[in-house]
Design a protein around this ligand. Structure first.
Ligand code: DGT
Ligand code: CA
Ligand code: CA
Length: 572
């Protein structure tokens, strides 16, 4: 099973980082980093060298022990020591060390004092001003960490889920044509419906004699074959996307799906549960001694842990295993639960289609209602509506509603929140609408305090029913502006104002974790496509993915309400 040098090097680097965080002997830490450097830069693959019977301990910085570890990695893909260390130390900690100025010691101090495990934890703590209180840190170093976090965007750019779909779907169709193929499934972050995907992980079962790998590497879009073996191959596609393909035994299909769907932290937690019961859990199954006692289906794997099936979107080790154990898993919202869309644009402002066309498309999707929420006057680039043009649109909506019974168009506007928190149109106009959607579209650079105050002021307006795309972030393009999200959610809950989960694939604003926080604070969510054309209405499903990752149920989502109940919510 040829494993690429880069993967071996990555594992050694991660091991070194985690050992350093644990306070291991610095020479040992260096030895793994040095080995990683040697392997990563070596012109031939370790697998080839072993095939040719070469002695790896002849390589620079590789001794007997490391040579043996590499051999094992090439043969089985396993580095047991890394697994061991990962069970003791959250693996995300090593990412924190990529922030300039954060060495192992300081990462450990933050972890011990504030339970900081991830970049997001670090951001939140820096924003709360908690870091300055940790021994060895001060106000200055907190400020520096903040600045560095702003620039830090992870290792490489990750692919948005929608683009990953465009790459994965034709590939899967192509693979299905392979002679002798039985099952095919996409695993990894793609299956967990994460907003961005690092690489694609595809699993296949096939007849013994099937030539899956040749078929795979013959795919038109393959640009580079990184490694090719009987059970595992890795390629780069022209899009730049890496694809890992694995052929697994039928009896292990469920265990492999489980293992390669991840997340890594979920897997580690499941493996620990297994150990408590005296089982070994890996990608081949659940084993008691040498006997495989489960693994054909994912359900069987969870079953041996005395757990019900857990939806992939929940598998982030954010409490799903405890909830499963206690019979408290959420019944996640589905696309079928959605009864309408509360954020759409028409040609009156920056949309591409007419109101009538948008309505027709919404009827086609089985919606009971559709809100027309064009922009307000301040947004001149989008030809925002003033009171006069808005009133004209309202008349057209009334007329449309009078003439048909297939759908109810709701009268609304996406009104700008001005710098001082006032809304862009007077209450006398807003009160004529079925509900009002409020949004920040400018002055992103206010201080955290000012931005939060501005938003609270908007929530204070009795006509503010929904706060749209609350953080303003654009994935891979623009960070969220500085504001206190938790406070905004709390204030929204107090005023029974809903928060939008904007389903545009490059917004997905709220994040998954923010959805979960909103739910815990009792805030209701509107999942909305922010459609600028009829086809954009289909972005709804990305919103559903994100909502599910945020543990949302039907009851948390206002556009799962029937029209009457929705209008009542809006005080209509
Ligand atoms: P990505 O590709 O960065 O968006 O994220 P994933 O979750 O797809 O991660 P990937 O492609 O590195 O690996 C796929 C899955 O394989 C991952 O979710 C869990 C599993 N996996 C990979 N490496 C390890 C590991 O070292 N330990 C454990 N327990 N599981 C792993
Ligand atoms: Ca992946
Ligand atoms: Ca992968």
């Amino acid at each position: 099973m040829p494993v690429h040098n880069r993967e071996i090097a990555d594992k050694f680097d991660r091991l070194a980082d985690l050992l350093e965080i644990e306070g291991a002997n610095p020479f040992r830490v260096r030895a793994y980093h040095n080995a990683a450097r040697t392997v990563r830069g070596y012109p031939r693959s370790m697998a080839d060298l072993l095939d040719d019977g070469e002695d790896l301990s002849e390589l620079p910085d590789i001794g007997e022990d490391l040579a043996e570890k590499i051999r094992k990695l090439v043969e089985s893909g396993e580095l047991p020591l890394l697994d061991e260390v990962e069970e003791r130390t959250p693996s995300a900690l090593s990412e924190l060390m990529k922030i300039e100025g954060l060495g192992a010691k300081r990462v450990k101090a933050l972890h011990d004092a504030l339970e900081i495990d991830t970049i997001d934890d670090l951001k939140a703590a820096a924003e709360r001003g908690d870091i300055r209180s940790v021994e060895g840190f001060g106000e200055k170093s907190e400020e520096k960490i903040k600045q560095r976090l702003e620039k830090y965007s992870g290792d490489e750019k990750r692919t948005q889920l929608i683009e990953a779909e465009e790459i994965a779907k034709p590939l899967v169709e192509y693979l299905k044509k392979a002679e002798g193929l039985k099952d095919i499934a996409i695993a990894g972050s793609y299956r967990r419906r994460k907003e961005t995907v690092g690489d694609l992980d595809i699993l296949i079962t096939a007849r013994q004699d099937a030539d899956i790998m040749d078929h795979f590497t013959d795919y038109d879009e393959v640009e580079e074959i990184v490694s090719k073996g009987k059970t595992r191959s890795t390629v780069y596609l022209r899009s730049g996307m890496q694809v890992d393909l694995r052929v697994v035994p039928q009896v292990s299909f469920g265990a492999a799906q489980h293992y390669f769907t991840g997340s890594r932290d979920h897997n580690i937690a499941v493996r620990k549960l297994g150990i408590k019961k005296g089982y070994k859990v890996n990608e081949y199954g659940v084993f008691k001694g040498d006997e495989r006692i489960a693994g054909k289906t994912e359900k069987s794997v969870y079953g041996k842990m005395d757990l019900p099936y857990i939806e992939p979107e929940l598998r982030e080790n954010r409490g799903e295993l405890e909830a499963a154990r206690d019979g408290k898993l959420p019944r996640l919202v589905t696309l079928d639960d959605i009864r309408g869309n509360l954020h759409t644009h028409t040609r009156s402002t920056d949309g591409h289609d007419s109101m009538e066309k948008m309505a027709e498309a919404a009827i086609g999707r089985g919606y009971e209602y559709l809100a027309i929420t064009d922009h307000s006057r301040r947004l001149t680039v989008a030809n925002g509506l003033d009171a006069k043009r808005l009133r004209k649109q309202l008349q057209a909506i009334d007329k449309y509603n009078d003439e048909q019974d297939d759908i109810r168009l709701l009268k609304s506007i996406e009104v700008d929140i001005l710098e001082d928190g006032k809304l862009d149109l007077p209450d006398s106009v807003l009160k004529e609408l079925d509900f009002v959607l409020c949004a920040v579209h400018h002055k992103f650079d206010l201080s955290r305090k000012k931005q939060t105050e501005r938003m609270v002021r908007a929530l204070d307006n009795r006509y503010c029913h929904i706060l749209a795309h609350p953080s303003g972030r654009l994935i891979n393009e623009r960070e969220a502006y500085e504001f206190d999200l938790e406070k905004i959610l709390q204030e929204a809950a107090d005023r029974d104002c809903a928060i939008e989960l904007n389903a545009q694939p490059d917004r997905l604003d709220l994040t998954d974790e923010s959805c979960k926080m909103a739910k815990e604070l009792g805030v209701k969510i509107s999942i909305a496509s922010d459609a600028h054309s009829v086809t954009d209405l289909d972005y709804m499903r990305f919103g559903i993915d994100q909502a599910r990752r945020g543990w949302l149920e039907k009851g948390d989502v206002i556009n799962c309400l029937p029209l009457k109940k929705l209008l009542k919510r809006f005080g209509r």
